[in-house]
Design a protein. Structure first.
Lengths: 454, 454
C-alpha cells in the first residue's frame, strides 16, 4: 500500500528498463503477451531459477484521473481494495498470502494503480482468482472506510506534511504544471483527502477497475500456456465494464515563464536547490528523444563521475552533492531534474549558477564520445542487473504498459540506447533544458531576505 | 462580448461599491429585490433622471465552473448567446437594440457571465422578453459556431498572446492557485479553446443557464412594481432547469511556499515587478476583514499620495510607478496586488525590496489616523461618484450578488468602511501580506542571468 515505492521505481526505471547485456547480446528473459476476450492484457515473463512467481495487476488509472476536488482518491481506493469482497470477506486475501509465506504490496502513481503478490508457484491461480474477484466484487461500508481514511491521512502526514523536502516537491509540481493534473499530489491534498468517502471510492472503482483497463504481469516459474489457461479460468470470467477512452486529461498550454518556489522549514539542515524541466516521456517523445534524455541525465548527473558532481563537488568544492535524473515513464509528460546542495557557507544562488554553467556547457559544446560510451554501457548494464530481479522486471513491464508503451518498446530499449549519438544528446539538451519550461525549488531553513530572491 | 471589461470593473469594484456620501448621509438610490417562483432574483434600482433603463442579466457561472480541459467555454458561450433562437433567429435581438438606439454588451468572469442592454425605458419589457427567450431557446449550428470560434481565438491573440503583460498575468494566476480553477484564464488556454465545439457549448448552456441560477438587475426610469409585472410576464414563464449546488470547486491547500514567475518578451520596454497575495474575498472574509483590505490597498497604493508611490517614486526616486489594489469581488478567493516599475538603470530587485520595505513598515508600525481617515473618505466618495452612473451601479449589484453577497451587504458597505480602525488595517496587513501565500511576477525584456534570480 505504499505509493512512494512507485516513485522510486519510476526514478530508476529509465535507467533500468531493458533486456540486453552490455556486450550487446540479447537479455536472458523471454516475454509473451496475450489479451483475453474481455480486454485484459496478460504479460508473462518466465523465470525458472526458483519455484516462485510474482503476480501483478496494473490498473490504467491513477491520481491524474481523479475528478478535480477528489485528489487522493486513486490512492485511497488502493487502500480500500484490501477490505474484502462478498466471496472473500475482510482480509481473507491477505491472510491467505501470509499463510502461504508470500509477500504482497500495492502502489499508486499518477498514471496507474497496482497490486502484487510474490508466492510459491503452486499458488498463482489462487492469486489470480483473488484478484479477479476483487476487480468487481469489492464490498465497502463505513466501518472499514472511515478508519482507513485515518490511515491515509496519517500516511500523508508522515510522508508529506512532516517532510519539508516532500512538501517542496508537491509545491514544485503544482507550479510546473499549469493545467495538467500531474500538478496534483498522488497522495492528494489533505483538505480533499479528509472529505473522501465510500461513495467516491465505489464510483471511482466502478468507473476504472475493469479487465479492459488492466494489465496482468506474471514473472516466475511458469509457462505462458499455463498462465493463459489459469487466466482464462479466473480473469476471463470478469465482464468488461469500463468505457474506452477514459483518460482525456487537460494538457499544458505553451510554457514560457520560468518559475521558482521556495519552501522554508526550521528543520531544514541542508538547504538545496533543484529544478524540474517539463520534457517528453518515453510515450510521448519523438523517436530517439527520450533515449537521448536518458543518456543526458546519466552524463550530467549519475554517480560521482558525472558532470554535475565532478564540477560542483570535486572541482569547485561548492556543493555537498549534485546530480540529475530523467523520469521518463509517464503517459503524458515527464520531468528532467537537476539538483545540488551547497556546502555550508555557500549560497543556493552560487550552486544554481554552477548547475547552469554545467548545463550551458553541454548545450554549447555537447558531450564527449567517452562520456557517451560510458553512459550507454552503464545504462545497459544497470538494465541487465535489474532484469535479474523478478519483481523489478515485472514492474518495468507493468509501468511501461500502463503508460502507453508496448512490450516491443520495452524489449528494444537497449538497442535504442545504443543508437544514441553525442549529437542527439546535445540536441536534447538544447531543446529541453529550456528554463521557460521549468520550475526551480529552494529548500531553506527560513525565508531570509538574502535567500528570498526578491 | 468583452470579457476584459469585467476585469477592469472588478479592480474598481472594491473601491467603488457603496451607496452613501462622504458626509455619511444615505446614498441617493433606492433598491428593491424580489425572487420569482422559478428562482430568478430581480433587483430594481430606480433612477428617474433620464428616460432610459439598464437591463442586465447575470448568470452565476463563469470560467471557474468549466470542466477541466474545456477552458474558455464560459466565454465562448457568451459569444454564442448572440447567435439567435427559434423565436428570434440570427441577430434579431441585437438589431432590435440598435434600431431603438440602445447599447448592449456582455462579459465573462471567473464567477459569472453577464449580458446587458441600455435602452429607452419603453423598451424594457421587450429586452426582458428577448433575454427570457434566449435563456433556454438558443439555437446553435456549426455554421455559426465555427466562425465564432475564430473570433474568440483572435480575441485571445489580441488580448493575451500578443500582450506580454497579459501573458505574465495568466502565468501568475496559474502559479498562485495550486488547485482552484481561478488559476485558469477566463478566456481559456488557447489549445483548449481550439477544440471547443457546439456540443460543449450547448451542454454548458443547459447546465447553467436557468432562472434559478441568474440575477436580473434593472436600473433606470422604472418602478419596482412595473418591473415585477413585466418580469413575471417574461422571465416568469421560463422553467427552472439548473440543479442547485452547482458550484463545488476544488479549493486551495495550505499555501506555504512563495512563488515567482518571470516572463521575457523583446517588446517589453518597461520592466516591472508585481506580487499577488491570495486573500479573502468580500464573500469569504471574516467581518471587517475585506473592508480593512480595501483601506489597506488604498493607503498603500492608490494615487500619488499613497505609501508605495511616495516612497518609491517621490522619495527614493527608484521607480516610475508603484501601487496596490484589492480585487475583493469573488466567490472563493480574492487577490491583493502590489506592483512597481523601476526607473531605467534600477533593478527589479531593488524595486521589489523597496515594496517589501513599505509593506513591512505597515506590518510593523501600522498606518496613521490621517491615512486612515483620508482613505475612508476617498473610498466612500469614489463610491458615491460611481453610484451616480446607472450602469456602474447595476454592475456593483450584479457582480456582488453573483458572487454570493446580498443586497444588504452592498448597501452597508460604506458603513462597514467607516467602521475600519487603524488597528484593523495593521492586523489585515500582518495576516494577509504573507509571502508564503503569494506569487511575484517579473516582466522583462530577456532572461538575462542578472534578472533570472537564479
Amino acid at each position: 500500500m505504499l505509493s512512494k515505492i512507485l516513485l522510486l521505481v519510476l526514478a530508476l526505471a529509465s535507467a533500468a528498463l531493458g533486456l540486453a547485456d552490455p556486450a550487446g547480446a540479447v537479455g536472458g528473459h523471454a516475454v509473451t503477451s496475450f489479451t483475453l476476450s474481455n480486454g485484459l492484457q496478460v504479460v508473462v515473463l518466465p523465470d525458472h531459477r526458483a519455484p516462485v512467481v510474482t503476480h501483478m495487476i496494473w490498473y490504467k488509472v491513477g491520481a491524474a484521473d481523479e475528478t478535480p476536488g477528489k485528489s487522493g482518491l486513486a490512492h485511497f481506493l488502493e487502500h480500500l481494495m484490501f477490505k474484502g469482497t462478498a466471496k472473500n470477506p475482510g482480509d481473507t486475501f491477505s491472510q491467505d498470502v501470509a499463510e502461504i509465506g508470500g509477500q504482497e504490496n500495492a502502489f499508486t502513481g499518477s498514471d496507474y494503480t497496482g497490486f502484487y503478490q510474490r508466492v510459491p508457484r503452486a499458488h498463482l491461480k489462487e492469486m489470480m482468482a483473488f484478484e479477479a474477484d476483487r476487480m468487481t466484487g469489492l464490498v465497502l461500508n463505513d466501518d472499514v472506510v472511515k478508519p482507513e481514511l485515518k490511515v491515509v491521512l496519517e500516511e500523508q502526514y508522515m510522508r508529506v506534511a512532516n517532510n519539508p523536502a516532500a512538501r517542496l516537491s508537491e509545491q514544485m509540481d503544482a507550479a510546473l504544471y499549469l493545467n495538467h493534473p500531474y500538478g496534483r499530489p498522488v497522495i492528494g491534498w489533505r483538505h480533499e483527502i479528509e472529505k473522501l468517502d465510500r461513495d467516491d471510492a465505489l464510483a471511482f472503482y466502478r468507473r476504472f477497475y475493469s479487465p479492459n483497463n488492466a494489465i496482468v504481469v506474471i514473472a516466475g516459474d511458469v509457462t505462458s500456456d499455463e498462465v493463459k489457461t489459469d487466466a482464462e479460468e479466473t480473469y476471463g470470467k470478469v465482464a468488461d465494464r469500463a468505457p474506452t477512452n477514459l483518460r482525456q486529461r487537460p494538457m499544458e498550454p505553451q510554457q514560457e515563464a520560468p518559475r521558482t518556489v521556495m519552501l522554508a522549514d526550521p528543520r531544514v539542515e541542508e538547504p538545496s536547490v533543484s529544478r524540474d524541466y517539463l520534457v517528453p516521456s518515453e510515450t510521448t517523445a519523438k523517436p530517439g528523444e527520450s533515449e537521448a534524455l536518458d543518456v543526458l541525465a546519466h552524463v550530467l548527473g549519475s554517480g560521482e563521475d558525472c558532470r554535475l558532481y565532478r564540477t560542483l563537488v570535486v572541482d569547485k568544492g561548492i556543493a555537498l552533492n549534485a546530480g540529475a535524473y530523467y523520469s521518463g515513464t509517464a503517459l503524458d509528460y515527464a520531468q528532467f531534474g537537476v539538483y545540488g546542495a551547497p556546502k555550508p557557507g555557500v549560497s543556493l544562488r552560487d550552486v544554481e549558477a554552477g548547475i547552469d554553467g554545467v548545463l550551458n556547457d553541454v548545450i554549447d559544446h555537447g558531450i564527449t564520445v567517452d562520456e557517451l560510451d560510458r553512459a550507454k554501457t552503464r545504462l545497459i548494464a544497470d538494465a541487465v542487473y535489474a532484469e535479474d530481479n523478478q519483481v523489478t522486471l515485472a514492474r518495468w513491464y507493468g509501468s511501461a504498459l500502463a503508460t502507453g508503451q508496448t512490450v516491443d518498446m520495452v524489449r528494444t530499449w537497449p538497442d535504442r540506447i545504443r543508437a544514441v549519438t553525442a549529437n542527439d544528446v546535445q540536441q536534447a539538451a538544447r531543446t529541453w533544458l529550456d528554463r521557460r519550461r521549468s520550475v526551480t525549488g529552494y529548500l531553506v531553513q527560513s525565508l531570509q531576505p538574502q535567500e528570498s530572491h526578491s
